[in-house]
Design a protein around this ligand. Sequence first.
Ligand SMILES: [Zn+2]
Length: 255
Amino acid sequence: MDELLQKDVARLTELMGGAERCVVLTGVRLGAIEETEAKAAGSSWSDVVSLEVLTAEPARFWEQWLPLAIESASRAPRAEHGAIARLQTAGVIKGLITQAVDDLHRKAGSPEVVEVHANVMSGRCDRCRDVYSLSEVVALAGAADDGVPRCTRDECGYPLRPTGTVWGEPLVESAIIKAWDLAAWCDLFVVLDTQLRTDPMAMLPSVPLKHSGRVALVGSTPTQYDRYAELVIRWPSPEVITAVAHQLAPSPLAK
Ligand SMILES: [Zn+2]
């Protein structure tokens, strides 16, 4: 870690250690920019994994969506997820909001996570509200002639949908309300690896600023809030947040 980065990390450690109500927002994938997910799946991702295709061409939708969901579900939490979970458990982070859909914060031990996109770990029947785990969804899709998983309750048979949000539909309302409440309540808002380009999340850092909360931005790309932030660290968050956790919430295994 170079000297400048070390200085910035020390400042973030100071800010987080001194805050009474620190709230953290994480992007779709820690250590990467938010478009990565879409790019990895091909440029047509947002065209196919959308509400429109889910409704009009469910077979095409599931053919695209299932491999993505299975890949996400197979990911294991990394050191940075563990660092955030430890900071939360130690009471340094008082609220955690994420745009990720891979459930890694919870897997790493985060006690509470506000998921604005929900996650890809389950499917749901919109008719009877039954929820199916991802492995059940995979089995149902595999057993269906057209690859579309359907509800198995009594005579329902309604096509399932992902529990999480898909392209072209609003985010989870209850989670958005919670995220906005946390942002208004905090005295320090730390953003990790999100470019803040898509609404409504792009608006979220303006909430603490309006309530005289401080904002710290960590990530490799500029955001529209850079000039209002107390601290900007132009560096992928994993190295930064693990260094902060090393100081404020050391792992019991680390000496
Ligand atoms: Zn049903």
